[in-house]
Design a protein around this ligand. Structure first.
Ligand SMILES: [Cu+2]
Length: 383
């Protein structure tokens, strides 16, 4: 854990100053991060800091006024989602459920195709990042299966470095997706096969060396295993609400949020933070919520270089299922949870008794918030 992060101090030449000191300086800090992201040196940074100072805008609950524009937190301009090939709003609900067939013994086989490709993406307006991706997107596809399925993933490495898919789940050592067991060199294909268990909210990521570089480049994604209600007598009701395709599940507004960070100048410190890659995407365009229906978030922390990340919901509380591997909450009535790297869980809440409005959510590390990890739910009376 590196507590003292330093950047060149523009006004005094040699003196160095913790990056956090800049963050506490207020809205200018985001600009500093943005400039660092461009690889812009101390001169321009000094120019930016010499610009007329503005008092920091406090974060006022229920007052999103200044947030999405350049007067406060946020980004100026828009990311070209079409050029990226993925839209952060689509990523929230985009599940890859594979190709389903039946094995001779009646068991369900679920087959996926994943290709690793190098791809430059835009993570904030004008900020480009040389990503390594699964299927051209960051995070990679949300793979969703049902407990007990035989899962087969045909992984082809079309990138420039060796890569793997290491799944968090139960599987044999041969299928672990580490160097020596399921690593695919450029041009190679490896087929991972295992039973989808335990049910829960999981993830996969590259485990080639050095791991931190392969992860922070963008090689990670959510892996959701829905519970099979028949295996959970006494909890069939809750299990069915999680099982994609049931009417009970359709009642829920489900979103996948992968918390990530981007080290745009490759100094092993993140310049940008987000859920689903694009800084402030859900602040610029809030996530619409029908207040009559419950909300479920599959939250995964894949942030590299920082030991923990967190999720805080404004004006409301939620139940939490650590790793998603239980059908009763592991935490009840909380408004903040933290996750170490690779930790994940399911949040459930409702705005049924709330008045409509914009409800903020963000990392409760203020630094992460100011560098992109903040958004809003637009709670509405139903569409
Ligand atoms: Cu890799």
């Amino acid at each position: 854990m590196r507590l003292r992060r330093t950047i060149p101090e523009p006004t005094t030449g040699g003196r160095r100053l913790p990056r956090r000191a800049l963050v506490t300086a207020g809205p200018r800090s985001f600009l500093a991060g943005l400039l660092a992201g461009f690889g812009i040196g101390p001169g321009l940074l000094a120019a930016a800091r010499a610009a007329p100072a503005r008092a920091a805008e406090p974060l006022i609950e229920g007052d999103p006024g200044p947030m999405p524009d350049h007067n406060g937190l946020g980004t100026v301009g828009e990311v070209d989602h079409a050029a990226n090939g993925f839209d952060p709003h689509a990523l929230l609900t985009d599940y890859d459920t594979g190709t389903v067939s039946r094995l001779a013994d009646g068991r369900r086989l679920r087959e996926f195709e994943v290709v690793a490709v190098d791809r430059e993406i835009e993570i904030a307006p004008g900020v480009r990042f040389a990503a390594w991706t699964y299927n051209g997107r960051v995070p990679g596809p949300t793979l969703r299966a049902t407990e007990g399925d035989l899962v087969r993933i045909r992984f082809t490495n079309a990138g420039s470095m060796p890569h793997t898919m290491h799944f968090h789940g139960i599987h044999s050592a041969r299928m672990d997706g580490i160097p020596g067991a399921g690593e695919a060199f450029p041009g190679e294909t490896f087929v991972y096969e295992f039973t989808a268990e335990p049910f829960g909210c999981h993830l996969y990521h590259c485990h080639s060396l050095p791991i931190k570089h392969h992860v922070h480049r963008g090689l990670y994604g959510a892996f959701i295993v829905d519970p099979d209600p028949e295996r959970h007598p006494g909890y069939r009701g809750p299990a069915r609400t999680r099982l994609l395709g049931t009417p009970e599940n359709a009642e829920w507004q489900e979103f996948v949020m992968v918390m990530n960070g981007f080290d745009t100048d490759f100094d092993e410190e993140n310049e940008f933070y987000a859920v689903n890659t694009i800084a402030f995407a859900y602040a610029q365009k809030p996530i619409r919520i029908d207040r009559r229906r419950p909300v479920r978030i599959y939250l995964v922390n894949t942030t590299e270089f920082d030991p923990i990340n967190s999720f805080h919901l404004h004006g409301n509380f939620f139940d939490y299922y650590d790793h998603g591997t239980t059908l009763t909450p592991t935490l009840r009535t909380v408004d903040t949870i933290m996750q170490c790297q690779a930790q994940r869980g399911i949040l459930e809440f409702t705005f049924r008794d709330h008045e409509p409005g914009r409800y903020m959510f963000h990392a409760h590390q203020s630094e992460f918030t100011e560098l992109g990890w903040m958004g809003f739910f637009e709670v509405e009376d139903g569409a």
